[in-house]
Write a protein that binds this ligand. Structure first.
Ligand code: PLP
Length: 406
């Protein structure tokens, strides 16, 4: 047997392990100190009441022969696919039910979807800083990888035409991608692409025949009018984009697991319809998401469910505001926080990301995530998450201000 040698090209993912080790060592040496955790990318508030009720009802359904469900449609139950299509409709995006695929979450899809693109012949463009799964999944699948780095000078907003670097050892001069990863609102930077900026990517992808993998995992945090929640709000996207979304951050489903993927009927390459290919893929490689979870997810899209999840999101947004206020008062530059649960800070005084981590942990017991873990252009930056408790976030913000006020 020959193993997939692409795995040799993966870098050790030491980011979160390293953070955990450093925090553990600090806590052992300082057992009396409370640590303020702003590093987590996981939600902390419980599921909305409407979701919990729907889950209970679905468990009860499974207890009786008349309402029992066995295998579900591999692409998703009609009731949930319709509810998701209805959610898009409210934003003016028309989707047919069979353009929506229910998944167990965005991570699963970001890896699996690469099955649609020719093995050994696909060039992936990753806009950085980036959620690490894009790079790792592309490496595992043996893709040629290009990176496009953003920075403070462009507000961490990637645009076509910006310089592209070769990540793999390809000698090819042709820097045209087949697949483009875009995440808006972005993890880790919290930056967003407005309508015009996203339209430039759609125009570019259509002109070179690339497919955009649009990660909309944080769309529910968007509050500015001019920021699209879905790439399908942009004209022309139906022939060049796949959208991957998740209920993890929208509705606290990180441990419950449900997401969805949209593949328009018009999306074709070489006469092959990607939607049909994905149906074939799903009916082969999964037996779908459980009935109980899909009923819980359906409740997210009801009026009452929406209202309740918005209340949770409002708590995280208040946390982000509190952090931004402290950074503003201390005169520290950052992006994000407004349309996303992440605040991306430029490390003050020329500190490197890990130096900043050590300083914050040792001096004020605040834990965040070093930007260097999200690609080399993340060096010198630091991610704060707003998923912590309001009390801890407020105290952490106060300590950050006290440490760096001029
Ligand atoms: N995409 C982004 C940008 C994320 O930050 C995350 C999780 O943190 C995911 C996808 C994965 O989401 P899920 O929990 O649905 O797998």
């Amino acid at each position: 047997m020959k193993p997939n040698s692409n795995y040799k090209n993966l870098k050790d993912s030491y980011l979160f392990r390293n953070i955990a080790m450093k925090v553990k060592a600090y806590q052992e040496a300082n057992p009396d100190k409370h640590i303020y955790r702003l590093g987590i990318g996981d939600v902390t508030l419980p599921l909305a009441d409407e979701v919990v009720k729907a889950l209970h009802r679905a468990v009860e359904d499974q207890a009786h022969a008349e309402t029992f469900h066995g295998y579900m449609n591999e692409c998703g139950a009609d009731f949930l696919r319709s509810a998701i299509a209805g959610h898009y409709k409210k934003r003016g995006v028309d989707l047919s039910v069979d353009e929506v695929f229910v998944s167990s979450g965005a991570s699963d899809e970001l890896g699996d979807i690469l099955d649609l693109f020719a093995y050994g012949k696909t060039t992936a463009l990753i806009t950085e800083p980036a959620y690490p799964a894009y790079l790792d999944a592309s490496i595992m699948a043996g893709r040629r990888i290009l990176t496009l780095e953003t920075g403070m000078e462009n507000g961490f907003v990637p645009q076509p035409g910006m310089p592209v670097k070769e990540w793999s050892d390809s000698q090819s001069d042709d820097k045209t991608p087949d697949v483009i990863y875009i995440c808006s609102p972005n993890n880790p930077t919290g930056s967003v692409l407005n309508r015009q900026q996203l339209a430039k990517w759609v125009e570019y992808a259509d002109s070179v025949g690339a497919v955009i993998l649009f990660d909309a995992a944080y769309e529910a945090f968007i509050e500015e009018e001019d920021v699209p929640h879905s790439i399908f709000e942009i004209e022309g996207a139906r022939t060049c984009a796949i959208e991957i979304c998740s209920l993890s951050k929208t509705a606290g489903f990180t441990g419950t697991r449900c997401g969805y993927t949209v593949i328009p009927g018009e999306l074709e390459r070489d006469g092959m319809k990607l939607n049909d290919m994905w149906v074939r893929n799903r009916t082969t490689k999964t037996n779908g998401v459980s009935y109980i979870i899909q009923r819980g997810a359906e409740a997210v899209f009801t009026d009452k469910g929406r209202e309740q999840i918005q209340k949770n999101i409002a708590v995280y947004k208040e946390n982000a505001k509190c952090l931004m206020k402290a950074l503003d008062a201390a005169g520290i530059s950052y992006v994000g926080g407004k349309n996303a649960p992440y605040v991306w800070m430029q490390c003050p005084n020329g500190l490197k990301s890990w130096e900043c981590f050590d300083l914050l942990l040792n001096e004020i017991q605040v834990v965040g995530t070093p930007g260097a873990g999200f690609g080399s252009c993340g060096e010198g930056y630091f991610r704060f998450s707003s998923f912590g408790s309001p009390e801890d976030t407020a105290e952490a913000a106060r300590r950050i201000y006290e440490l760096w006020k001029s």
